[in-house]
Ligand binder design. Sequence first.
Ligand code: ATP
Length: 175
Amino acid sequence: LEPKEEFEHSSLAVDVMRPRRSDPALAVLTQEGMTVGEVEALVESTHYSGFPVVVSQQSQRLVGFVLRRDLLISIGTFVFICVVSSSQVVFTEHTPSQAPDAPPPLRLRGIMDLSPFTVTDHTPMDITVDIFRKLGLRQCLVTHNGRLLGIITKKDILKHMAQITNRDPDSILFN
Ligand code: ATP
């Protein structure tokens, strides 16, 4: 499959990324301030393979990306070692100050990808597809002026290609 063949349609990352206007908001984790219970609830209420980590809900500045699988393994492991549902989950380098009687935090910086691949919303899709192929990406994040806007998975690209060429997504060779 030649990228140019499929993307002479001048699609941009913003045309392919999720969430769509009608979808629920992007599911993100904040680098501090969420409890183990809140993270578990978010993970269990969605089926996404991963979650962007942002500085705060308000800033939406990207910090990293965590895989669902790694989150579940870490939470499952640490629950046996003094981590409780009200423990704070921390992705920062330094542990934020907590009340003296607060349970020990769960430090998860180690499982976070600190440099997830990002494109801007106006990046042409032929370039994005080229990068997915060359780097073997499964997903990339989309930003606008440094704020996180959305996510594009390999499957989203295949679905988009299928839509514009009127084909079955499974029939498209990607790699
Ligand atoms: P599948 O799970 O069927 O293999 P997929 O490979 O696209 O799908 P997922 O991570 O499950 O991977 O994403 C499913 C859909 O949800 C995709 O359209 C993707 O863009 C979107 N998505 C992925 N992560 C998030 C997230 N954290 N918040 C909101 N939407 C997301």
